[in-house]
Write a protein that binds this ligand. Sequence first.
Ligand code: PLP
Length: 407
Amino acid sequence: MIRINENYLKLQASYLFSEIGKRANAFQEAHPERDIIRLGIGDVTRPLPDACIKAFHRAVDEMADIKSFRGYGPEQGYEFLREKIAKADFQSRGANISADEVFVSDGAKCDTGNIQEIFATEITIAIPDPVYPVYLDTNVMAGRTGVFNDGRYQGIVYLEGTRENGFIPDLPREKVDLIYLCFPNNPTGATITKSQLQTWVDYARENKALILYDAAYDAFIKDDSLPRSIYEVEGARDVAIEFRSFSKKAGFTGTRCAFTVVPKSCMAYTSDGETYSVHALWHRRHATKFNSVSYPVQRAAEAVYSDDGMAQSEALIDYYMKNAALIRREMTELGYECIGGENSPYIWIDGRMESWAFFDMLLEKAGVVCTPGAGFGRCGEGYIRISAFNNYENVENAMERIKKAIA
Ligand code: PLP
Protein backbone atom coordinates (compact mmCIF):
# COMPACT_ATOMS: atom_id res chain seq x y z
CA MET A 1 0.00 0.00 0.00
CA ILE A 2 1.44 3.32 -1.03
CA ARG A 3 1.38 5.64 1.96
CA ILE A 4 1.67 9.39 2.07
CA ASN A 5 3.98 11.60 4.07
CA GLU A 6 1.46 12.41 6.80
CA ASN A 7 3.41 15.46 7.87
CA TYR A 8 1.75 17.15 4.87
CA LEU A 9 -1.58 16.76 6.66
CA LYS A 10 -0.35 19.09 9.41
CA LEU A 11 0.08 21.93 6.90
CA GLN A 12 -2.40 24.76 7.14
CA ALA A 13 -4.23 25.60 3.92
CA SER A 14 -2.43 28.61 2.56
CA TYR A 15 -5.57 30.63 2.49
CA LEU A 16 -4.03 34.11 2.57
CA PHE A 17 -3.80 34.90 -1.14
CA SER A 18 -6.88 32.88 -2.10
CA GLU A 19 -8.92 34.71 0.55
CA ILE A 20 -7.57 38.06 -0.70
CA GLY A 21 -8.58 37.06 -4.26
CA LYS A 22 -12.01 35.92 -3.09
CA ARG A 23 -12.75 39.15 -1.25
CA ALA A 24 -11.43 41.34 -4.10
CA ASN A 25 -13.52 39.41 -6.67
CA ALA A 26 -16.66 39.61 -4.55
CA PHE A 27 -16.14 43.38 -4.24
CA GLN A 28 -15.64 43.71 -8.00
CA GLU A 29 -18.82 41.77 -8.73
CA ALA A 30 -20.82 43.93 -6.34
CA HIS A 31 -19.27 47.13 -7.77
CA PRO A 32 -18.46 46.53 -11.45
CA GLU A 33 -17.97 50.29 -11.97
CA ARG A 34 -15.05 50.52 -9.47
CA ASP A 35 -11.52 49.61 -10.53
CA ILE A 36 -9.33 47.90 -7.97
CA ILE A 37 -5.65 48.75 -7.41
CA ARG A 38 -3.66 45.79 -6.13
CA LEU A 39 -0.87 46.77 -3.75
CA GLY A 40 -0.67 43.32 -2.22
CA ILE A 41 1.63 41.71 -4.74
CA GLY A 42 5.23 40.74 -4.05
CA ASP A 43 6.05 40.37 -7.74
CA VAL A 44 7.97 42.84 -9.88
CA THR A 45 6.18 44.74 -12.64
CA ARG A 46 9.02 46.26 -14.73
CA PRO A 47 10.86 44.50 -17.60
CA LEU A 48 14.36 43.03 -17.34
CA PRO A 49 17.30 45.44 -17.67
CA ASP A 50 18.31 45.93 -21.30
CA ALA A 51 21.84 44.61 -20.62
CA CYS A 52 20.31 41.33 -19.40
CA ILE A 53 18.01 41.04 -22.41
CA LYS A 54 20.96 41.57 -24.79
CA ALA A 55 23.08 38.94 -23.00
CA PHE A 56 20.10 36.58 -22.95
CA HIS A 57 19.62 36.95 -26.74
CA ARG A 58 23.32 36.48 -27.45
CA ALA A 59 23.38 33.29 -25.37
CA VAL A 60 20.30 31.92 -27.13
CA ASP A 61 22.06 32.51 -30.47
CA GLU A 62 25.10 30.62 -29.16
CA MET A 63 22.84 27.65 -28.47
CA ALA A 64 21.80 27.68 -32.15
CA ASP A 65 25.36 27.22 -33.41
CA ILE A 66 27.18 23.87 -33.22
CA LYS A 67 30.46 25.64 -32.36
CA SER A 68 29.09 27.48 -29.34
CA PHE A 69 26.26 25.12 -28.28
CA ARG A 70 26.37 24.01 -24.63
CA GLY A 71 24.74 21.03 -22.96
CA TYR A 72 24.74 20.37 -19.20
CA GLY A 73 26.66 23.04 -17.33
CA PRO A 74 28.52 22.67 -14.02
CA GLU A 75 26.00 21.80 -11.26
CA GLN A 76 27.27 24.62 -9.04
CA GLY A 77 26.76 27.17 -11.85
CA TYR A 78 29.13 28.60 -14.45
CA GLU A 79 32.32 30.09 -13.09
CA PHE A 80 31.82 33.28 -15.14
CA LEU A 81 28.75 34.02 -12.97
CA ARG A 82 30.09 32.76 -9.63
CA GLU A 83 33.27 34.84 -9.99
CA LYS A 84 31.28 38.02 -10.61
CA ILE A 85 28.97 37.30 -7.65
CA ALA A 86 31.86 36.63 -5.26
CA LYS A 87 33.66 39.82 -6.30
CA ALA A 88 30.80 42.30 -6.63
CA ASP A 89 28.41 41.13 -3.91
CA PHE A 90 30.90 40.08 -1.25
CA GLN A 91 34.61 40.85 -1.72
CA SER A 92 33.89 44.48 -2.70
CA ARG A 93 32.16 44.90 0.69
CA GLY A 94 34.93 43.27 2.68
CA ALA A 95 33.20 39.88 2.94
CA ASN A 96 35.62 37.07 2.34
CA ILE A 97 33.60 34.80 0.02
CA SER A 98 35.09 32.95 -2.93
CA ALA A 99 33.47 31.75 -6.17
CA ASP A 100 33.58 28.09 -5.13
CA GLU A 101 31.42 28.91 -2.10
CA VAL A 102 28.60 30.13 -4.37
CA PHE A 103 25.89 27.73 -5.63
CA VAL A 104 23.79 29.12 -8.50
CA SER A 105 20.16 27.99 -8.48
CA ASP A 106 16.76 28.72 -9.99
CA GLY A 107 15.37 30.43 -6.91
CA ALA A 108 15.81 31.42 -3.30
CA LYS A 109 12.41 29.85 -2.66
CA CYS A 110 13.69 26.38 -3.60
CA ASP A 111 16.99 26.89 -1.80
CA THR A 112 15.46 28.14 1.46
CA GLY A 113 13.01 25.25 1.18
CA ASN A 114 15.53 22.54 0.28
CA ILE A 115 18.39 23.43 2.62
CA GLN A 116 16.72 21.88 5.69
CA GLU A 117 17.09 18.36 4.30
CA ILE A 118 20.83 18.27 5.03
CA PHE A 119 20.15 18.66 8.77
CA ALA A 120 18.86 16.11 11.30
CA THR A 121 15.13 15.81 11.89
CA GLU A 122 15.49 16.16 15.67
CA ILE A 123 17.10 19.61 15.74
CA THR A 124 15.42 22.62 17.33
CA ILE A 125 14.47 25.32 14.87
CA ALA A 126 13.84 29.01 15.46
CA ILE A 127 11.58 30.73 12.94
CA PRO A 128 10.42 34.37 12.95
CA ASP A 129 6.79 35.39 13.34
CA PRO A 130 5.64 37.11 11.11
CA VAL A 131 7.43 35.14 8.40
CA TYR A 132 7.84 34.27 4.72
CA PRO A 133 5.94 30.94 4.98
CA VAL A 134 8.45 28.71 3.10
CA TYR A 135 10.77 28.28 6.11
CA LEU A 136 7.96 27.00 8.29
CA ASP A 137 6.09 24.81 5.81
CA THR A 138 9.17 22.97 4.57
CA ASN A 139 10.07 22.01 8.13
CA VAL A 140 6.50 20.84 8.74
CA MET A 141 6.80 18.65 5.61
CA ALA A 142 10.07 17.22 6.92
CA GLY A 143 8.45 16.21 10.22
CA ARG A 144 10.21 18.70 12.49
CA THR A 145 7.00 19.93 14.11
CA GLY A 146 4.02 18.66 16.00
CA VAL A 147 0.48 19.63 15.15
CA PHE A 148 -0.83 23.15 14.52
CA ASN A 149 -2.62 24.48 17.55
CA ASP A 150 -3.89 27.96 18.34
CA GLY A 151 -1.96 29.56 15.47
CA ARG A 152 1.33 27.80 16.14
CA TYR A 153 3.09 24.52 15.32
CA GLN A 154 4.29 22.56 18.32
CA GLY A 155 8.03 22.10 18.53
CA ILE A 156 9.03 25.34 16.78
CA VAL A 157 10.69 28.18 18.67
CA TYR A 158 8.97 31.30 17.35
CA LEU A 159 11.05 34.47 17.18
CA GLU A 160 8.48 37.15 17.78
CA GLY A 161 8.59 40.42 15.88
CA THR A 162 6.66 43.09 17.74
CA ARG A 163 6.17 46.83 17.81
CA GLU A 164 8.41 46.92 20.92
CA ASN A 165 11.39 45.24 19.26
CA GLY A 166 10.83 46.98 15.92
CA PHE A 167 10.31 43.56 14.30
CA ILE A 168 13.91 42.57 15.00
CA PRO A 169 13.34 39.45 17.15
CA ASP A 170 15.22 38.99 20.43
CA LEU A 171 17.62 36.07 20.83
CA PRO A 172 15.83 32.88 21.90
CA ARG A 173 15.92 32.13 25.62
CA GLU A 174 16.30 28.42 24.95
CA LYS A 175 19.06 26.72 22.99
CA VAL A 176 18.23 26.32 19.30
CA ASP A 177 20.19 24.66 16.49
CA LEU A 178 18.94 26.26 13.28
CA ILE A 179 17.84 29.89 12.98
CA TYR A 180 16.03 31.51 10.06
CA LEU A 181 16.56 35.25 9.61
CA CYS A 182 15.47 37.48 6.72
CA PHE A 183 16.63 41.09 6.22
CA PRO A 184 15.41 43.32 4.66
CA ASN A 185 12.38 41.45 5.88
CA ASN A 186 9.40 40.13 4.04
CA PRO A 187 6.72 40.95 5.19
CA THR A 188 7.73 43.70 7.66
CA GLY A 189 10.34 45.63 5.67
CA ALA A 190 12.49 45.80 8.83
CA THR A 191 16.27 45.97 8.44
CA ILE A 192 18.97 44.87 10.85
CA THR A 193 22.13 46.74 11.85
CA LYS A 194 25.59 45.19 11.91
CA SER A 195 25.73 45.18 15.69
CA GLN A 196 22.28 43.56 15.99
CA LEU A 197 23.30 40.91 13.47
CA GLN A 198 26.56 40.41 15.39
CA THR A 199 24.57 39.27 18.45
CA TRP A 200 22.95 36.53 16.33
CA VAL A 201 26.30 35.42 14.93
CA ASP A 202 27.77 35.38 18.45
CA TYR A 203 24.79 33.34 19.67
CA ALA A 204 25.27 30.84 16.83
CA ARG A 205 28.98 30.51 17.60
CA GLU A 206 28.38 30.01 21.32
CA ASN A 207 25.65 27.41 20.76
CA LYS A 208 27.09 25.55 17.76
CA ALA A 209 23.99 26.68 15.87
CA LEU A 210 23.64 27.68 12.22
CA ILE A 211 21.93 30.77 10.77
CA LEU A 212 20.05 30.62 7.47
CA TYR A 213 20.14 34.23 6.29
CA ASP A 214 17.69 35.19 3.55
CA ALA A 215 18.94 38.35 1.85
CA ALA A 216 16.62 38.19 -1.19
CA TYR A 217 15.99 41.95 -0.82
CA ASP A 218 19.57 43.12 -0.24
CA ALA A 219 19.52 45.36 -3.31
CA PHE A 220 16.95 47.64 -1.65
CA ILE A 221 19.38 48.65 1.10
CA LYS A 222 20.28 52.28 0.48
CA ASP A 223 21.77 53.04 3.88
CA ASP A 224 25.37 51.94 3.46
CA SER A 225 25.89 51.42 7.18
CA LEU A 226 23.45 48.46 7.05
CA PRO A 227 24.89 45.05 6.18
CA ARG A 228 23.85 43.66 2.80
CA SER A 229 25.35 40.32 3.66
CA ILE A 230 25.70 38.45 6.95
CA TYR A 231 29.34 37.87 6.00
CA GLU A 232 30.02 41.57 6.63
CA VAL A 233 29.72 40.57 10.30
CA GLU A 234 32.69 39.14 12.18
CA GLY A 235 32.70 35.36 12.55
CA ALA A 236 29.67 34.73 10.30
CA ARG A 237 31.62 32.60 7.82
CA ASP A 238 31.66 29.73 10.30
CA VAL A 239 27.98 29.77 11.25
CA ALA A 240 25.86 31.14 8.40
CA ILE A 241 24.45 30.25 5.00
CA GLU A 242 23.14 33.12 2.87
CA PHE A 243 20.44 33.13 0.19
CA ARG A 244 20.31 35.73 -2.57
CA SER A 245 18.15 36.18 -5.63
CA PHE A 246 18.09 38.10 -8.92
CA SER A 247 14.26 38.13 -8.68
CA LYS A 248 13.81 41.48 -7.02
CA LYS A 249 17.32 42.84 -7.65
CA ALA A 250 16.92 42.73 -11.44
CA GLY A 251 13.38 41.62 -12.27
CA PHE A 252 14.12 37.89 -12.64
CA THR A 253 10.96 36.54 -10.92
CA GLY A 254 9.85 34.94 -14.20
CA THR A 255 13.35 34.29 -15.56
CA ARG A 256 14.56 32.44 -12.43
CA CYS A 257 18.08 32.83 -11.10
CA ALA A 258 19.38 32.96 -7.54
CA PHE A 259 22.29 31.67 -5.48
CA THR A 260 23.19 30.30 -2.08
CA VAL A 261 26.49 30.91 -0.33
CA VAL A 262 27.88 28.13 1.84
CA PRO A 263 31.33 29.04 3.17
CA LYS A 264 33.84 26.21 3.39
CA SER A 265 34.50 27.05 7.03
CA CYS A 266 30.85 26.45 7.94
CA MET A 267 30.57 23.30 10.07
CA ALA A 268 27.81 21.11 11.50
CA TYR A 269 28.01 18.01 13.69
CA THR A 270 27.13 14.31 13.73
CA SER A 271 25.29 12.87 16.75
CA ASP A 272 28.74 11.86 18.11
CA GLY A 273 29.88 15.48 17.94
CA GLU A 274 32.11 14.91 14.93
CA THR A 275 32.59 18.01 12.75
CA TYR A 276 31.31 17.94 9.19
CA SER A 277 31.54 20.43 6.32
CA VAL A 278 28.14 21.93 5.42
CA HIS A 279 29.61 22.95 2.06
CA ALA A 280 30.39 19.31 1.26
CA LEU A 281 26.86 18.24 2.21
CA TRP A 282 25.15 20.94 0.18
CA HIS A 283 27.50 20.29 -2.75
CA ARG A 284 26.51 16.61 -2.65
CA ARG A 285 22.82 17.43 -2.43
CA HIS A 286 23.03 20.03 -5.23
CA ALA A 287 24.98 17.72 -7.56
CA THR A 288 22.62 14.81 -6.93
CA LYS A 289 19.30 16.62 -7.29
CA PHE A 290 19.98 19.64 -9.50
CA ASN A 291 21.40 20.25 -12.97
CA SER A 292 21.82 23.99 -12.58
CA VAL A 293 20.22 26.90 -14.37
CA SER A 294 20.02 27.26 -18.15
CA TYR A 295 23.05 28.82 -19.87
CA PRO A 296 21.18 31.83 -21.32
CA VAL A 297 19.70 32.66 -17.90
CA GLN A 298 23.16 32.55 -16.28
CA ARG A 299 24.48 34.86 -19.01
CA ALA A 300 21.54 37.22 -18.38
CA ALA A 301 22.36 37.16 -14.64
CA GLU A 302 26.04 37.78 -15.35
CA ALA A 303 25.03 40.91 -17.27
CA VAL A 304 23.58 42.36 -14.04
CA TYR A 305 27.23 42.92 -13.02
CA SER A 306 28.23 44.78 -16.21
CA ASP A 307 28.40 48.60 -16.01
CA ASP A 308 25.13 48.94 -17.94
CA GLY A 309 23.49 46.12 -16.00
CA MET A 310 24.40 47.68 -12.65
CA ALA A 311 23.09 51.10 -13.68
CA GLN A 312 19.90 49.62 -15.11
CA SER A 313 19.13 47.37 -12.15
CA GLU A 314 19.85 50.29 -9.82
CA ALA A 315 17.30 52.31 -11.80
CA LEU A 316 14.75 49.51 -11.36
CA ILE A 317 15.28 49.51 -7.60
CA ASP A 318 15.04 53.32 -7.52
CA TYR A 319 11.73 53.11 -9.36
CA TYR A 320 10.21 50.82 -6.73
CA MET A 321 11.81 52.78 -3.90
CA LYS A 322 10.09 55.94 -5.14
CA ASN A 323 6.81 54.03 -4.79
CA ALA A 324 7.84 52.86 -1.33
CA ALA A 325 8.70 56.40 -0.20
CA LEU A 326 5.35 57.69 -1.40
CA ILE A 327 3.40 54.94 0.39
CA ARG A 328 5.33 55.43 3.61
CA ARG A 329 4.99 59.22 3.52
CA GLU A 330 1.26 59.24 2.82
CA MET A 331 0.42 56.54 5.37
CA THR A 332 2.55 58.30 8.02
CA GLU A 333 0.79 61.60 7.28
CA LEU A 334 -2.51 59.84 7.80
CA GLY A 335 -1.27 58.99 11.29
CA TYR A 336 -0.28 55.35 10.81
CA GLU A 337 2.92 53.94 12.23
CA CYS A 338 5.03 52.40 9.44
CA ILE A 339 8.02 50.08 9.35
CA GLY A 340 10.04 49.44 6.20
CA GLY A 341 9.79 51.22 2.87
CA GLU A 342 13.16 52.91 3.41
CA ASN A 343 15.59 50.10 2.68
CA SER A 344 12.96 47.63 1.60
CA PRO A 345 10.08 47.39 -0.90
CA TYR A 346 7.52 46.50 1.78
CA ILE A 347 5.74 48.88 4.13
CA TRP A 348 4.33 47.31 7.28
CA ILE A 349 1.55 49.41 8.70
CA ASP A 350 -0.04 49.32 12.14
CA GLY A 351 -3.73 49.48 11.22
CA ARG A 352 -4.88 49.87 14.84
CA MET A 353 -7.59 47.28 14.14
CA GLU A 354 -7.66 43.64 13.06
CA SER A 355 -5.70 43.01 9.86
CA TRP A 356 -8.69 41.70 7.91
CA ALA A 357 -10.90 44.57 9.09
CA PHE A 358 -8.31 47.04 7.78
CA PHE A 359 -8.07 45.06 4.54
CA ASP A 360 -11.88 45.23 4.08
CA MET A 361 -11.96 48.92 4.87
CA LEU A 362 -9.28 49.75 2.27
CA LEU A 363 -11.03 47.59 -0.30
CA GLU A 364 -14.51 48.97 0.30
CA LYS A 365 -13.68 52.62 0.84
CA ALA A 366 -10.71 53.02 -1.53
CA GLY A 367 -10.80 50.03 -3.88
CA VAL A 368 -7.23 49.18 -2.83
CA VAL A 369 -6.00 45.65 -2.09
CA CYS A 370 -3.26 45.15 0.51
CA THR A 371 -2.05 42.03 2.35
CA PRO A 372 -3.34 41.41 5.89
CA GLY A 373 -0.42 40.91 8.27
CA ALA A 374 -2.24 38.17 10.20
CA GLY A 375 -1.62 35.89 7.20
CA PHE A 376 2.13 35.87 7.99
CA GLY A 377 1.79 34.66 11.56
CA ARG A 378 0.19 35.46 14.88
CA CYS A 379 2.42 38.50 15.46
CA GLY A 380 1.21 40.02 12.18
CA GLU A 381 -2.28 40.57 13.57
CA GLY A 382 -3.20 44.26 13.53
CA TYR A 383 -0.85 45.05 10.64
CA ILE A 384 -1.11 45.19 6.86
CA ARG A 385 1.66 44.92 4.26
CA ILE A 386 1.70 47.26 1.27
CA SER A 387 4.07 46.38 -1.54
CA ALA A 388 5.97 48.91 -3.65
CA PHE A 389 6.04 46.58 -6.66
CA ASN A 390 3.68 48.42 -8.98
CA ASN A 391 3.52 51.28 -11.46
CA TYR A 392 4.07 54.70 -9.93
CA GLU A 393 0.78 55.99 -11.38
CA ASN A 394 -1.12 53.17 -9.68
CA VAL A 395 0.57 53.87 -6.36
CA GLU A 396 -0.16 57.61 -6.63
CA ASN A 397 -3.75 56.88 -7.48
CA ALA A 398 -4.11 54.37 -4.64
CA MET A 399 -2.68 56.84 -2.12
CA GLU A 400 -5.05 59.60 -3.29
CA ARG A 401 -7.98 57.25 -2.83
CA ILE A 402 -6.82 56.10 0.61
CA LYS A 403 -6.38 59.74 1.68
CA LYS A 404 -9.89 60.62 0.55
CA ALA A 405 -11.37 57.51 2.15
CA ILE A 406 -9.65 57.83 5.52
CA ALA A 407 -8.97 61.51 6.10
N1 PLP B 1 12.87 34.91 0.08
C1 PLP B 1 11.97 35.87 0.38
C2 PLP B 1 12.04 36.51 1.71
C3 PLP B 1 11.00 36.24 -0.56
O1 PLP B 1 10.12 37.19 -0.25
C4 PLP B 1 10.97 35.61 -1.82
C5 PLP B 1 9.98 35.96 -2.84
O2 PLP B 1 9.02 36.66 -2.69
C6 PLP B 1 11.91 34.62 -2.07
C7 PLP B 1 12.84 34.28 -1.11
C8 PLP B 1 11.88 33.85 -3.37
O3 PLP B 1 12.80 34.29 -4.27
P1 PLP B 1 12.98 33.56 -5.67
O4 PLP B 1 12.14 34.30 -6.66
O5 PLP B 1 14.45 33.67 -5.95
O6 PLP B 1 12.56 32.14 -5.54
